[in-house]
Design a protein around this ligand. Structure first.
Ligand code: COA
Length: 260
């Protein structure tokens, strides 16, 4: 399918979605969000795609936030729905059931940072910059930033970023756990692709169960999270891939997973 604001590239075992409005630093307008939702839905339903990479076109930005021209049109009646729509799309990406990797190649500001936060891992380039500068516009993060950033880096660091609107560099982002690792611009996508290939080679049902249990950690009390883990553990113990994975180890050969 052709998109106006995205490039979608299907590789062996994984898909790359590139936000593609480089002249606007890949700002997230309504069309881009709609197309992102559609493209992510296709990835969810594609049994031959086992991981998703999200990145931005050009060398300057992952995404410089929600489109401020569109934001400017919001009012007290429309604002909450505007936020809910974006939240829902990012939440669907987070719960896509396959690893989602953000390859952050430049600015990840506002909604761009929130999109990266909805991904399960974040790799970035040395020139990456992160921030939630919404207060500079008289608003607050509306696509999940107050919740996901707080859970990821803790309330004090999240408050520092959200209340000041300060923009931080890649090193600082790594030091607070906002990104997993930093790479040269040339190496960023190859590194993300290598990670995608690694996870795409694992048993898909186990990967989906692991993601679901990890996400439960941020949303439930510890006891309930433990129960979620045990329930998923039971499910994966009933899969053919579990029988294959353990048999392959005992027979000293590589496992061949079928996703069953
Ligand atoms: N929404 C709409 N357009 C945006 C945008 C956004 N969030 N971020 C950048 N753009 C546009 C600019 O308006 C400009 O368009 P133009 O060439 O038609 O004038 C183009 O992208 C390039 O941006 P520019 O500001 O000229 O680049 P810069 O290198 O001088 O500055 C930033 C880069 C990221 C610091 C700056 O663009 C910025 O502050 N963007 C807004 C960040 C923000 O507040 N995001 C949160 C939104 S909730």
């Amino acid at each position: 399918m052709e998109y106006q604001t995205l490039l979608v590239e299907k590789k062996a075992g994984y898909t790359i979605i590139t936000l593609n409005r480089p002249d606007k630093l890949n700002a997230l307008n309504a069309l881009l969000l709609l197309e992102l939702a559609e493209a992510a839905g296709s990835v969810r339903n594609d049994d031959s795609t086992h991981a998703l990479i999200v990145t931005g076109s050009g060398t300057k930005a992952f995404a410089a936030g929600a489109d401020i021209a569109e934001l400017h049109e919001q009012n007290a009646e429309t604002g909450a729905e505007f936020a809910r729509r974006g939240q829902q799309i990012f939440s669907n990406i987070e719960h896509i059931g396959k690893p989602v990797i953000a390859a952050v190649n430049g600015f990840a500001l506002g909604g761009g940072c929130e999109l990266a936060l909805a991904c399960h891992v974040r790799f970035c380039s040395m020139n990456a910059k992160f921030g939630q500068p919404e207060v500079n516009l008289g608003i607050i993060p509306g696509y999940g930033g107050t919740q996901r950033l707080t859970r990821l880096v803790g309330a004090a660091k999240a408050a520092e970023l959200i209340l000041s609107g300060n923009i931080i560099d890649a090193q600082t982002a790594a030091s607070i756990g906002l990104v997993n690792s930093i790479h040269t611009s040339e190496e960023l996508l190859p590194f993300a692709e290598k990670f995608a290939q690694t996870v795409a080679g694992k048993a898909p049902i186990a990967i989906r169960a692991a993601l679901s249990a990890i996400l439960a950690a941020g949303q439930t009390a510890a006891d309930a999270g433990m129960e979620t883990e045990a329930r998923h553990f039971g499910v994966v113990c009933g899969t053919e891939d579990f029988a294959e994975g353990t048999a392959a180890f005992l027979e000293k050969r590589a496992a061949v997973f079928t996703g069953k």
